[in-house]
Design a protein around this ligand. Structure first.
Ligand code: FES
Length: 139
């Protein structure tokens, strides 16, 4: 089932629509108006997720020092900033790296359009099952 936060007041030429799979949550906002949420690069997918209450793990706080924000870009690649060397180096350490892999905190939306990204299942498992237990054991 999909969920959308469609905003009918946004001019079509300025509309950014981002869908996070596999939950199918879609958010829409006007390009250039989203406030920076202090996680990852401004207008990164992590920034979009944080602004809209969508969980995307970011263990290092969005500083390109982990791989927990790993996403697969399924649509809209042409409107996303190219990966820089530090992101590519970090992605080499990510599990299940694919040609469309990016770090959610580093991949920046550079123009209006439609974007679809998938959060890998293993990443969600790590977050929901692994990390809380590991943290609970640290006493
Ligand atoms: S949050 Fe750590 S690299 Fe993106």
């Amino acid at each position: 089932m999909s969920e959308s936060t469609a905003n009918k007041n946004i001019p079509p030429e300025k509309l950014v629509r981002v869908t996070f799979e596999p939950e199918g949550k879609t958010v829409e906002f006007e390009y250039g108006t989203m406030p920076y949420d202090h996680h990852g690069k401004p207008m990164s997918f992590l920034d979009v997720a944080e602004n809209h209450g969508i969980f995307l793990d970011h263990a290092c706080g969005g500083s390109c020092a982990c791989t927990t924000c790993h996403i697969w870009v399924k649509q809209g690649d042409e409107g996303i900033s190219p990966a820089e060397d530090d992101e590519l180096d970090r992605l080499d350490m990510a599990a299940d790296q694919q040609l469309n892999s990016r770090l959610g905190c580093q991949a920046v939306i550079t123009r209006p359009g439609n974007y679809v990204v998938e959060i890998p299942k293993w990443n969600r498992n790590y977050t929901s099952e692994g990390k809380p237990l590991a943290l609970a054991e640290q006493k």
